[in-house]
Write a protein that binds this ligand. Structure first.
Ligand code: DCM
Ligand code: MG
Ligand code: MG
Ligand code: MG
Length: 224
């Protein structure tokens, strides 16, 4: 299936915990970037990559209704108290509508991109959509950047097998030689992912047709 995605939507979720905790979303960020900006990246005077200017962005905090695990609270800096003191709303049919409208505004076809998306973000998002009796409509695909990196950035023989090799901050450090900004905040992680994608854009764009899955094939993380 040779299809040229016109828009890539980089996505990250923060949540109340890991898959076995049956987590709920606490924060969602989507940054939509047109293929044009991925193929023609902006650079500063030193030649270093810049984040594209022309993007559409949605960042929302969500009342998860259930408690965050202490690990998730520690990682993200979020808490049930902070979210409720700020009167954040739970994942609602209106939020589904907002996300659908955001997707519809983009040049089609779209590919969603998330780091560990196949095992975490896409199934969790599908569960939350199911909870409000909805889903995304129309053709939509998704790509796990971690899966692509295992092919385009294989662990050298000199490095002992180490499960941290493909974490978002570690890949960023390897490619850019500095720390990413604001890890485990949805927008921070999305922008880190976008820079990683830009750094290897030719490779990602070459592999996307083979490694992307239809959104319809994503199985919900659990039944709400
Ligand atoms: N998470 C967790 N414990 C971990 C790693 C992640 O509970 N050791 C959960 C909470 C995070 C969510 O996964 O909000 C997404 O992780 P990340 O910040 O890597 O996107
Ligand atoms: Mg993530
Ligand atoms: Mg078009
Ligand atoms: Mg994150």
């Amino acid at each position: 299936m040779a299809q040229t995605f016109q828009t890539y939507i980089f996505l990250d979720l923060e949540s109340t915990g890991l898959a076995h905790d049956c987590p709920r979303i606490t924060e969602i960020c989507l940054v939509a970037v047109h293929l044009h900006s991925l193929q023609n990246p902006e650079r500063d005077e030193a030649g270093d990559l810049l984040l594209p200017h022309v993007v559409d962005k949605v960042c929302l905090c969500v009342d998860p209704v259930i408690p965050l695990t202490s690990k998730a609270a520690h990682m993200t800096g979020l808490s049930n108290e902070k979210l409720s003191l700020n009167q954040k709303q739970s994942f609602s049919p209106e939020l589904l509508g907002l996300l659908r409208d955001f997707l519809e505004r983009q040049d089609q076809p779209i590919c969603l991109v998330a780091h560990n998306g196949f095992s975490y973000d896409f199934p969790l998002l599908k569960t939350e959509l199911q909870r409000v009796q909805g889903d995304f409509s129309g053709p939509l695909s998704c790509l796990d950047s971690c899966k692509v990196l295992r092919t385009i950035d294989p662990i050298p023989n000199s490095v002992r097998i180490w499960k941290g090799y493909y974490t978002l901050p570690e890949v960023y450090r390897r490619f850019f030689g500095k720390e990413p900004q604001r890890s485990h905040c949805a927008e921070g992680d999305v922008l880190t992912l976008l820079m990683i994608f830009l750094h290897k854009a030719q490779d990602f764009l070459r592999w996307v047709n083979i490694m992307s899955l239809s959104w319809a094939k994503i199985v919900p993380m659990y039944t709400p």
